[in-house]
Design a protein around this ligand. Structure first.
Ligand SMILES: Cc1cc2nc3c(=O)[nH]c(=O)nc-3n(C[C@H](O)[C@H](O)[C@H](O)COP(=O)(O)OP(=O)(O)OC[C@H]3O[C@@H](n4cnc5c(N)ncnc54)[C@H](O)[C@@H]3O)c2cc1C
Length: 338
């Protein structure tokens, strides 16, 4: 029996509502497939078009129109695949809201994602940049990622090891070759709070054995204090990644900035803080026209009212030049720019 899909394909769609920086750009072709099968269909229908997979748009913005096919998976659903006394495996569709999924896990006593509370975005994007916060990364709990290959329209599933996870990185981000349709998480059915992040422990002070809900609430409180409300001040979270340095780059930096925070990340590599470098370059709270650095968090660039993504990239280049000239380090954007 053949199954025919009726999918709405739109042309010249405004992408401003689909990115949290609220920049304007048109997608020449746009569609929202409801299933992995529909996603394959659309890929096979437009084999020669450039393709962009869009989640909820919290980690990207546009500087120009997208001359190709924008696919925004609309695949929903959360269900338990298997469980035993200790673990539960849950599959969630790419279009599920990330924080709603975290709340579902916390409400049901499933531990592992609570530290990732209130990160805006979709489940489908969580493996792409291996989202992380408060000492936890998505890679710690992802068992499998189900995808459709953009070149062939074929299904392909990746085990955790095959995802090539790294700091804010994965095979999905590095290659851009796959549309994620769902993610399988492996979570624990019991929870004992372990300190992973000092700010969080401070927030939980006075609670002898915090529950999952108390940890989630503490994180929500910290994030609400620290981060700008994107509905009032459009932004995409941390704009730059923390630079990873070789030993000699680290030594050079310490000559210029002896108080620079340095974390040994192994294999002769060291991480420093992009926010610290931006502060030291004099950009904390600085504004040029309609774009600026958020006063309470130097890693966040905020939009005070432009609809033109190029104003954001112009400002980004100014920060990069200043940090490079002063400290010899090139900051790389974590946000995806199209
Ligand atoms: C206020 C604020 C705070 C933030 N805090 C954090 C934080 O603490 N930690 C953190 O890690 N991030 C943080 N972010 C960044 C952002 O929330 C995450 O990157 C999130 O995963 C983005 O999800 P999204 O659905 O909006 O992805 P999008 O922005 O739509 O897409 C991001 C990238 O993933 C790709 N992509 C999206 N969906 C799919 C899919 N189904 N298949 C294949 N590729 C896909 C896109 O092509 C793009 O390259 C923050 C952002 C904001 C605005």
């Amino acid at each position: 029996m053949s199954i025919f899909f009726v999918m709405i394909i739109k042309y010249n769609v405004q992408l401003q509502p689909h990115n949290s920086f609220r920049t304007k750009a048109l997608a020449r072709i746009f569609c929202e497939p409801q299933s992995a099968e529909e996603l394959s269909e659309i890929i096979n229908a437009f084999p020669d078009e450039r393709k962009l997979i869009l989640g909820a748009g919290f980690n990207l913005f546009f500087t120009k129109d997208f001359d190709g096919l924008v696919i925004k998976p609309a695949i929903k659903g959360v269900h338990i695949l298997s469980e035993n006394d200790r673990f539960v495996e849950i599959e969630a569709g790419a279009a599920e809201d990330w924080d709603r999924f975290v709340k579902y896990c916390v409400d049901n006593g499933y531990a592992g994602v609570e530290n990732l509370s209130l990160i805006p975005g979709s489940v489908g994007a969580s493996p792409v940049q291996n989202i992380g916060a408060y000492g936890t990364e998505a890679m710690d709990v992802i068992a499998k990622v189900k995808t459709v290959e953009l070149r062939t329209g074929n299904n392909k599933a990746f085990s955790n090891e095959e995802c090539g996870f790294g700091y804010r990185n994965s095979i999905f981000k590095r290659t851009g070759l796959y549309a994620i349709t769902s993610v399988v998480f492996r979570l624990e059915k019991s929870f004992h709070y372990k300190e992973k992040y000092i700010d969080l422990s401070r927030e939980l002070e006075g609670i002898p054995s915090p529950t999952l809900a108390q940890v989630r609430n503490a994180i929500i409180s910290i994030r609400n204090r620290k981060l700008p409300d994107y509905t009032l001040l459009p932004n995409a979270g941390s704009f730059f990644g923390n630079p990873v340095l070789t030993e000699s780059e680290k030594d050079q930096l310490q000559l210029k900035l002896p108080d620079a925070p340095i974390y040994n990340v192994g294999e002769g590599q060291f991480k420093t803080s992009a926010a610290f470098l931006i502060d030291k370059a004099g950009y904390k709270g600085k504004r040029h026209g309609m774009v600026g650095v958020y006063q309470r968090h130097s890693l966040i660039i905020v939009n005070y009212g432009t609809e033109n993504g190029r104003e954001i990239t112009d400002f980004m280049h100014k920060i990069q030049q200043e940090v490079q000239q002063r400290f010899g380090i090139m900051l790389e954007p974590e946000v995806r720019i199209y």
